[in-house]
Write a protein that binds this ligand. Structure first.
Ligand SMILES: Nc1ncnc2c1ncn2[C@@H]1O[C@H](COP(=O)(O)OP(=O)(O)O)[C@@H](O)[C@H]1O
Ligand SMILES: [Mg+2]
Ligand SMILES: [Zn+2]
Length: 495
């Protein structure tokens, strides 16, 4: 059996089957019905929007022996032969191939020969912008004195690369990128006819990721069908595409917004463990930043590519200082990173540094106010950092106070080292193996207990900052790089 890729198998066969492109389709159908055909057409627009498909429908419609209302019948010998590629008077030329250029050269004589089989000879010249100057000139000569029995259909994704002399001889039709909902509807149709169950979320994800190209969307669905062992759901689409799920993206962005290097690195590590490629991680993060940017500006009207609106809503409400201009810098930076990673597959280090750099753009997003950022390398010194009164004398008292409010909070604080108070920030250090304690102490309930104990004992409110103590002198490369980027006193050293 001949294997046809899904997108070929589901090529629209009539004008009315074409998704979107309403004006184009109506215009062409009317022209066929009324016999008002031009000698040359130019179809331009993004890939996978239906240019080649419509060209073939047009070729059938003008040769069909029983065209009702401008549509090809798809049953007469001409339609059938065109459909299976054996019709002598429909010629497809791929301008991108060498053979295409030779074919254009011969065109001038060949177009004079009357159609052998049908009513019209139809030349479909795909990727026409790829023609050489010489070939364009040959084509132009033919277009200047076109024989009545010939129709040219030129198709291109890059109309601006077609010489004006050629453009002006063509009736031009713009093909537009299909909308997400148009793509979804078509995918749902195809799946239903193939009796394959696909969840709505999976359909939506495939549509979003195909960027308005139905061809790409159908290719994605085809891969999912090949790998499926049950109904197709969102997570399967993510696996097939190697995508990063939006929970992980949210977590990475929150880490960046909180200026928590360790959060960011931990989440990146776990994505790598799941087998995601650094380039895909960077690309998805760029899309996430872009979605955030749209959402800050357009809110519910945003056209989101990867992130659900609720996730964005949550992030934005927590970080009022997050502006569109900041996000556009982040987007740009992450796109550049993805580009860099394309040529450096597997370079985790570049990815990590790239994310740390992106983080820099996010600083101060929390409130717009200049909340004191993070710490310095901690080592073993227990001196207060930037001067300020040393509350170590009162530490026992503070601990007692904590204990009287909440015993479990006290337990979490026992193994912490009091590193000092500076600029209204009290710093506590945990050894790397006490990660659990540290994380629990980050939680709001425990923070509140400590803050109120501090205020009560010291007589004024202070902020608390938790850091992990680094015991070995040797720093991983990524940390050294982080220090290089942010400056030593902005970097918190983690295990
Ligand atoms: N507007 C559309 N309506 C229906 N199917 C489409 C449309 N655009 C693309 N497709 C699907 O994608 C495949 C490739 O489309 P094609 O016409 O070759 O796009 P283009 O020439 O614009 O790149 C088709 O076989 C069809 O399955
Ligand atoms: Mg095409
Ligand atoms: Zn027909």
């Amino acid at each position: 059996m001949n294997y046809l890729t899904l997108y070929r198998q589901w090529r629209p066969q009539t004008f009315s089957e074409v998704v979107g492109q309403k004006n184009t389709v109506t215009g062409l159908r009317n022209a066929v019905r009324e016999g008002k055909l031009a000698h040359a057409y130019l179809f331009f627009g993004p890939r996978g929007s239906g240019k080649t498909s419509v060209a073939k429908i047009m070729a059938k419609a003008v040769n069909c022996s029983q065209p009702g209302s401008g549509e090809p019948c798809n049953t007469c010998p001409a339609c059938c032969d065109i459909n299976n590629g054996s019709f002598m008077d429909v010629l497809e030329i791929d301008a991108a191939s060498n053979r295409g250029i030779d074919e254009i050269r011969d065109l001038r004589e060949k177009v004079r020969v009357l159609p052998a089989q049908g009513k019209k000879k139809v030349y479909i010249i795909d990727e026409v912008h790829m023609l050489t100057t010489e070939a364009f000139n040959a084509l132009l000569k033919t277009l200047e004195e076109p024989p009545d029995s010939v129709i040219f259909i030129l198709a291109t994704t890059e109309a601006h690369r077609v010489p004006a002399t050629v453009l002006s001889r063509c009736q031009r039709y713009a093909f537009t990128r299909l909308s997400i909902s148009e793509v979804i509807d078509r995918l749902r149709d195809v799946a239903a006819q193939m009796q394959i169950n696909v969840t709505d979320q999976a359909l939506e994800l495939m549509a979003r990721r195909s960027n308005g190209s139905l061809r790409d969307a159908l290719s994605i669905m085809e891969q999912c069908i090949a790998f499926r062992d049950h109904d197709i759901d969102e997570s399967q689409v993510m696996d097939v595409l190697g995508l990063v799920n939006h929970e992980a993206l949210s977590a990475i962005f929150k880490g960046m917004l909180e200026q928590k290097i360790e959060e960011v690195i931990v989440h990146l590590n776990s994505l790598i463990k799941q087998g995601k490629e650094p380039v895909q991680i960077a690309r998805d993060a760029a899309l996430c930043a872009r979605d955030l940017m749209q959402y800050t500006v357009l809110n519910k009207r945003a056209d989101l590519l990867v992130m659900p609106g609720e996730d964005l809503e949550e992030i934005i409400s927590q970080y009022p200082g997050l502006t569109a201009s900041r996000l556009s810098q982040v987007t740009k930076h992450l796109l550049k990173l993805a580009d860099e990673l394309r040529f450096n597959e597997g370079q985790r280090f570049i990815m990590e540094v790239g994310f740390l750099e992106a983080m820099e753009y996010m600083a101060d997003s929390k409130s717009g106010s200049d909340k004191a950022l993070v710490v310095q390398e901690t080592g073993k010194q227990k001196k207060p950092r930037r001067g300020g009164p040393d509350p170590s004398l009162k530490w026992e008292e503070i601990m007692e106070k904590v204990k009287s409010i909440k015993v479990t909070t006290h337990a979490l604080l026992v193994p912490a080292a009091m590193l000092g108070l500076a600029d209204g920030v009290l710093t506590l250090g945990y050894r790397p193996e006490l990660k659990f304690h540290r994380e629990k102490m980050e939680e709001k309930v425990n923070q509140e207990v400590l803050l109120s104990a501090l205020e009560e004992v010291l007589g004024y409110p202070v902020d608390v900052e938790l850091v992990t103590l680094e015991e070995t002198a040797e720093q991983p490369q990524v940390v050294r790089k982080a220090i290089e980027i942010f400056g030593k006193d902005k970097v918190k050293i983690i295990e």
